[in-house]
Design a protein around this ligand. Structure first.
Ligand code: ADP
Ligand code: MG
Length: 241
């Protein structure tokens, strides 16, 4: 199961990374190409020749991106679907349970039922998985708590992943999400970079609160709502013969 989690994380990181690179690099290329095309009309033949060469090379770069990175589509088309994230959160906790057990760490949950968001469920789950994984890895002994609730006055759903692990200094906190920042011998330093992007893509925010040697709390805040349970059956008197 650990192999599975590890592979899923890596695969996702690679495709997310490829998608971001493809998308981010393509935009400036298009802009540069456009301006060269414009400027071409203003210069003499020799310089036009240079500019054609520049455009050809830009097109080649574009083709390299298409051929090698295109399998990961740009994440513009954010899927909007109604998702019961109480269920999604429970699923991810279940998935990480054996990893926590393996390290002798208790993984607790306090999840309000029937919390809903309108966003791509896979992105949310992947982000949460990365946070829980980090929390477990930061903890030598103790527990990791995942809680989720609805804040009525803000219309937000708050998901906290709290650990009693090693914690971070202010300087370390500021580095979170920077590509390749890792303090682990086997770390990639890409998990949080991807996580920040995922949360941003679904319109949420991710913040961290941490005290060195005491623990860390990661908080996802996202627009959502809570549905009241609807499994109450009323008897319609008129229909009783
Ligand atoms: P990786 O897990 O591969 O190191 P991440 O991007 O997931 O990469 O995390 C980057 C770094 O942030 C970690 O190496 C660790 O130093 C720090 N970090 C992340 N989450 C926590 C946490 N819950 N407690 C303490 N440090 C953390
Ligand atoms: Mg990680």
């Amino acid at each position: 199961i650990m192999e599975q989690i590890h592979r899923a994380e890596k695969l996702n990181i690679v495709s997310e990374l490829a998608a971001s690179i493809a998308h981010e690099v393509r935009n400036p290329l298009t802009v540069v190409r456009g301006f060269i095309q414009l400027a071409k009309n203003e210069v003499d033949n020799t310089i036009q020749g240079y500019m054609n060469t520049a455009i050809r090379e830009l097109d080649r770069a574009e083709k390299i991106i298409s051929d090698y990175l295109n399998f990961a589509k740009p994440k513009l088309d954010v899927k909007k679907e109604e998702v019961n994230i109480s269920c999604s959160i429970n699923e991810m906790i279940l998935l990480m349970q054996s990893y926590a057990n393996l390290k002798g760490i208790q993984l607790n949950n306090h999840i309000d039922q029937n919390l809903f968001i309108e966003a791509d469920d896979l992105k949310f789950k992947q982000a949460l998985l990365n946070l829980i994984k980090n929390a477990i890895e930061a903890t030598e002994q103790g527990h990791v708590d995942v809680d989720a609730s609805y804040s009525e006055k803000k219309g937000h759903i708050i998901v906290n992943v709290t650990d009693t692990g090693m914690g971070m200094t202010k300087e370390q906190l500021q580095k979170l999400g920077k590509p390749y920042y890792t303090t682990k011998s086997e770390g990639t330093g890409l998990g949080l970079m991807v996580t920040f992007r995922l949360i941003e893509a679904i319109g949420g925010t991710l913040t961290f609160d941490s005290k060195l040697n005491q623990g860390t709390k990661a908080t996802i805040c996202i627009k959502g709502y809570k549905k009241e349970a609807t499994n109450i059956h009323y008897i319609d008197n008129d229909s009783i013969a």
